[in-house]
Design a protein around this ligand. Sequence first.
Ligand code: LLP
Length: 434
Amino acid sequence: MDAFKYENSKLLCEEVSVDQIADAVGSPVYIYSAKTFRDHFASFQKAFADLDPIICYSIKSCGNLAIIKLLSELGCGMDTVSGGEIYRAQQADADMSKVVYAGVGKTDAEIKLGITSGIGWFNIESEMECENISRIAKSLGKVAHGALRVNPDIYDPKTHDKTTTGKKETKFGVDIERAKQFFRTYGKDEHCVLDAIHLHIGSPIYSPEPYVMAIKKALDLIAELKAEGIEVKTLDIGGGYAADYESGKSPSYQTYADAIVPLLKDTGLQVILEPGRTISGNAGILVSEVQYIKQGGNKKFAILNTGMHHMIRPAMYEAFHFVWPTQVDAKFEPAERKEVMDMDGLVKTEVVGPICETSDTIAKDRMLPPLERGDRVAMFTAGAYGMVMASNYNAMPRPAEVLVDGDTATVIRQRETYADVVALEESPMPVDLA
Ligand code: LLP
């Protein structure tokens, strides 16, 4: 699951005490474990080894340069969704030939950056986009490679509505009926070579079945296209593999692979996988400090110095994150992380942030060890869609990020200051309307 564990009543990240880090750099702070990133990548790669796939880590889940570097050095490719993420991949010296680029709204400038930086594939979302990529590639005297994003009309009923993407009625990709015509129309384009298919059905997907259904549909489509003389060489099956928000919650990599690998093994297709949260989710925690304890009606509130501005998942998706103090009495050392913890002496607590919104809740009616002002609290499985979705709402600076590797800890993003927050507003400039 990860390298965060309690020893002698204290939370450790690998060999380093989380409190020592917070003493040194302050809180709130995101703390990541390099070992967890490495272990997750290695076991994911091992599970799917029979396909010899290109694994493209989804930068959108946790995109700090140090993390991209760490994974690139292991041979990992990158899944990007904007010019900004392509730029990040470049800055981290990623192998650009192993970069895929999805997104329904690619601008001309972003497409240019994708082409000139030599990315592997554009995951193409519409006819108009395909024509635009071809036009831009031609003007640059280059050839772009495209994977058509096909929307298989498959989804996992357990996936939150806001993160389901494989249904027919979403903005992503083209539906399977239109896909054939798409290949007939654009399959021979010389500047945007279309010989790949991309799928992504949502995230998280808590069982292999939706992947199996989507892949079968894609393989049928590939066979029909082949019969017409159109060859698809690459199949990108997207991301969405789950993370352990509770201990043992997500299927093992082997469980996904056992269902997926046999379908693709002898097809001769180059397979691409785009895991994000399953690599990064458990690799990070968000550490904060209790500012106040107060009573509101019958509820006991613990008010933190972090909230929806630093971790929006509970407010946005009603997501569960395990929350626990970084230092506890021995009797409160959690053997497992569960939504309902059963230990004598726990107190029902509403854990909230400082933002002026009622939705700024981190944990609702949660049974927790008694909290006091000054206690530190860790929010687990916060590596994915945590810092990347953080904002400066209420003019709050964003947290620092620290990467632990064995017994060392490195600040990989400094804490923002008030000056950082206003920096781009300090020199108003007249707009040249000429
Ligand atoms: N590939 C594509 C095309 C995607 O759109 C995504 C995620 C991924 C891969 C990676 O999915 P993962 O393996 O990380 O589940 N903010 C939401 C999740 C949004 C996911 C967007 N796309 C959350 O916090 O749950």
